[in-house]
Design a protein around this ligand. Structure first.
Ligand code: C2G
Length: 461
């Protein structure tokens, strides 16, 4: 009996898939079809698969060509399967010519002509309107957004907005975007959604205007400086039936969710303490170091370090104490926050003028989880126990520089294929604004501190 094997995602099953499976079966007597898992597709850069793996397997099954269906979920599996099942022929469409020649050492490799003019990507684009995204602000993170968005199908970067026309023009030219403008109204008219990457103090207003105009919003953190403003934005977004997401990128990275789920699984017992640090020394002329009102460590990194705390310790905090080291222009160079919970603690540290280990440690009654810097991208973490020989190492899949996951979630929510907001709920986002508000209030109170020498240390908790 001649055994044939082939693999695929088979998303939005179409004639091209059908023809491939039909001809694959004709190559032998027994056909094995490997259907990829969503995680494995994500790992190889396909992050917009629409159909669930169950549906994709079902669609392959319905063709009647597959004698066996297996799941492909890791690199190197093809060799294992060829050996395990005693496969004679590996086949795949001609778009892969050359890529699988190495399998000739294990079995015959046959590339079958691809069916022209049809693909899951085209269908995904046809099934959903292409989302026209406008970028508000042309600073450092905006170019990263443009490059990462190339890995997400279903969107186009339509326009760049900056109140300074020259900045908008230069960005549009450099990033090869369709248009630019210094008028926010004109900008809103030519997009379906906006990514707000402007200075911190402008996020709320730009988001409010966009939501009022019926546009979807992905805003850099902090979304706003007060609990009330954030609540208002989320309720208005709900009323207008538009998506509002705060771009705390760690929340959307696959590894971060895995760490949270591992922590909540009971593996380390009851969670007692969460410590998260994020420091990045900023140039003394940078916005972070110069803007005494809206710059500084906590406004820059507070939402990121609060994310694991809120996810794991919840919203019922007790006392909160802020402790900061200030520059003489009122910028907090280093802010440490201690939070008390009914059954535990949390400590977060942020810095733009002080450097510390950027790690995340989740302490429990049976063990602890540690993720080294840059934990916010979550490329790896360890679960450790009393017995030092028992370390469990996790290396979740991760592509690019962390933005494509939030962009993909944003587009999926806009298309309605992903209504869930478990990665960063409105409530969690509002709670972050509550902490930001507390920090700014305590900082204001601390302003009457006796001496404002070069390093004014005050316990304003
Ligand atoms: N295919 C085709 N004609 C098309 C589209 C796809 O012949 N118009 C073939 C592909 O070449 C592939 C199979 O159908 O052999 C499944 O295609 P996809 O679902 O797009 O999955 P892909 O990522 O191409 O799968 O590791 C091998 C990959 O998993 C192949």
């Amino acid at each position: 009996m001649k055994k044939v094997i082939t693999y695929g995602t088979f998303d939005l099953f179409h004639q091209g898939h059908y023809n491939l499976l039909k001809r694959a079966k004709e190559l032998g007597d027994y056909l094995i079809v490997g259907v990829t898992t969503e995680h494995f597709d994500e790992a190889r850069g396909k992050i917009n698969v629409v159909d669930s793996i169950i549906d994709r397997i079902e669609n392959v099954k319905k063709t009647g060509f597959a004698d066996m269906i297996i799941v492909e979920d890791h690199e190197g599996q093809k060799i294992e399967d060829i050996q395990k099942y005693g496969v004679d022929i590996f086949t795949v469409g001609s778009d892969w010519v050359g890529i699988f020649d190495y399998l000739n050492s294990f079995c015959k490799v046959v590339y079958l002509d691809r069916t022209p003019n049809i693909s899951s990507t085209i269908l995904r684009k046809n099934q959903f309107k292409i989302v026209r995204i406008g970028i508000v602000g042309t600073g450092r993170i905006a170019p990263r957004f443009v490059s990462e968005s190339k890995y997400v199908s279903g969107l186009i970067i339509e326009c760049a907005y900056n109140p300074v026309e020259d900045s908008a023009r230069r960005f549009e030219k450099r990033e090869k975007i369709k248009c630019y403008t210094e008028s926010y109204n004109d900008f809103l008219e030519c997009v379906d959604a906006v990514y707000i990457a402007s200075p911190n103090e402008t996020h709320y207003n730009y988001a409010k205007l966009a939501i009022d105009a019926g546009k979807h919003v992905l805003s850099e953190k902090p979304l706003s400086f007060t609990k009330r403003e954030s609540e208002e934005l989320y309720s208005e977004a709900k009323e207008k039936n538009v998506v509002l997401m705060e771009a705390v990128k760690a929340a959307y990275c696959p590894g971060f969710q895995q760490l949270i789920n591992v922590a909540k699984s009971g593996k380390i017992g009851g969670i007692v303490d969460v410590e998260a640090s994020f420091t990045r020394l900023a140039d003394s002329n940078s916005r972070e170091r110069k803007d005494g009102l809206y710059g500084g460590a906590f406004l820059e990194f507070g939402p990121s370090v609060l994310l694991p705390v809120i996810k794991l310790m919840g919203k019922d905090y007790g006392s909160v104490s802020f402790d900061s080291i200030y520059d003489d222009n009122g910028v907090d160079l280093y802010t440490k926050v201690n939070i008390r919970y009914p059954k535990g603690f949390a400590t977060v540290k942020t810095g733009v003028g002080v450097k510390t280990e950027g790690q995340l440690v989740v302490s429990g009654t049976k063990g602890y989880i540690i993720a080294q810097s840059p934990w916010w991208l979550m490329r790896q973490f360890d679960v450790r126990y009393e017995d030092p020989s028992k370390i469990e190492h996790f290396e979740p899949r991760f592509q690019g520089d962390g933005l494509r996951y939030e962009i993909s979630d944003f587009v999926s929510k806009i298309n309605g294929t992903d209504k869930k907001d478990y990665k960063l709920t409105a409530g969690e986002s509002v709670l972050m604004s509550e902490f930001v508000e507390m920090f700014m209030e305590k900082r204001k109170k601390g302003e009457d501190c006796e001496s404002r020498n070069s390093v004014c240390k005050r316990n304003i908790g």
